[in-house]
Design a protein around this ligand. Structure first.
Ligand SMILES: Nc1ncnc2c1ncn2[C@@H]1O[C@H](COP(=O)(O)OP(=O)(O)OP(=O)(O)O)[C@@H](O)[C@H]1O
Ligand SMILES: [Mg+2]
Length: 329
């Protein structure tokens, strides 16, 4: 087994160049233009997890500086060293060492900057100004609104959206091909849906499913494996439960719900989310819909406040049955 084989796929398939980034065409296009003109501003990347922020800046560094890009790049994880003093020292040392062989600026990547305290962010704007002559900063965050406006105004912003289905599909196809992995179309569609635009999640689930196959060269990954691996309720189980609640008497509905939940180890909140997804597609009177969603929302809130699980389970059944009674009136 080589080192390659033991790597998590998110690392093994981390984009090596800007061309390898799936989706994010607007952001990548603009960044490439800046790079080709040799005038990179301070950058701010923000967006949800697993959308390619860290990968994009590393790919850019590789394109700017070649294989030994690490000498020219300082990567700081802002959420490790929250104190600004540590950050400032590291930046100062890095920015002030002479570049002997290369010209141009160095790159400082401040990942997860939204975890920095407000005081630290404030101090950072002075640091940025001081070292602009020979360094460029790339600030990365999940939420731009957690960053200090003064910091924001010093950077060119790039929003990384959750990845589209096409982008995730492209990557899954690529990985399956390199790994000689077979996946049913149905499973792939579920994987894309459940990953919610997060490529890291998609790859991790795919790798876990791959690991659970006894013989990956002949077996294929099916839809149930994807659901089992994520721990999300299977569509068939959701159908069975919802049908029992809508059509059967109370005790049968209750027993079906409890049984399936126990076998599959499902959390009640996940059930509610799945029920809502299905009920969304039903044609219902507006009044029914209001009752239904308001009721389910209350239950979801009660769960988050530590409400008793079996009581909340019965509340879900009651809420759906009530709403349906309203529908038939
Ligand atoms: N746009 C993309 N194209 C190809 N692979 C991607 C893309 N986005 C993410 N990935 C894959 O997911 C992994 C994690 O991505 P990355 O570290 O860039 O996410 P991030 O946006 O920085 O997320 P976080 O906010 O959690 O730090 C990468 O190693 C890569 O394998
Ligand atoms: Mg990142």
């Amino acid at each position: 087994m080589s080192a390659e084989d033991t790597l998590p796929w998110v690392e093994k398939y981390r984009p090596q160049s800007l061309d390898d980034i799936y989706g994010q065409t607007a952001a990548v296009g603009t960044i490439r233009k800046f790079a080709s003109e040799g005038r990179i501003p301070h950058l701010l990347f923000y967006g949800p997890p697993g959308s390619g922020k860290t990968s994009t800046i590393i790919a850019l560094a590789r394109e700017l500086y070649g294989k030994n890009y690490r000498n020219m790049v300082l990567e700081l994880n802002a959420s490790d060293d929250r104190g600004i003093d540590v950050v400032r020292e590291q930046i100062k040392t890095f920015a002030s060492t002479r570049q002997i062989f290369t010209t141009g600026f160095k790159l400082i990547i401040l990942d997860e900057a939204d975890a920095m305290t407000n005081v630290a962010q404030n101090a950072l704007r002075r640091v940025i100004e001081k070292f602009t002559k020979n360094t460029r900063f790339c600030i990365i965050a999940n939420y731009a609104n957690k960053l200090n406006p003064a910091l924001l105004s010093r950077c060119t912003r790039f929003r990384f959206s959750p990845l589209t289905n096409d982008a995730i599909n492209g990557m899954i196809d690529h990985v399956c091909k390199s790994e000689n992995l077979n996946i049913t179309n149905e499973a792939k569609i579920s994987l894309i849906k459940l990953s919610g635009g997060d490529m890291r999640k998609a790859l991790n689930v795919l790798q876990a499913c791959h690991a659970s196959l006894d013989n990956p060269s002949t077996e294929e990954i099916d839809q149930d494996m994807i659901y089992d691996c994520i721990g999300a309720p299977k569509p068939s189980s959701i159908d069975t439960m919802l049908n029992a609640i809508m059509k059967n008497d109370w005790s049968d509905a209750y027993n079906t719900l409890i049984k399936i939940r126990r076998i599959e180890g499902l959390a009640l909140v996940d059930l509610i989310t799945s029920f809502v997804e299905i009920l969304d597609k039903y044609t219902l009177k507006p009044q029914t819909r209001r009752l239904l969603y308001q009721g389910l929302a209350d239950i979801e809130y009660a769960i988050s406040k530590g409400g008793n699980d079996s009581i909340q389970s019965t509340a879900v059944i009651g809420c759906i049955k009530n709403a349906l009674e309203c529908e038939s009136m």
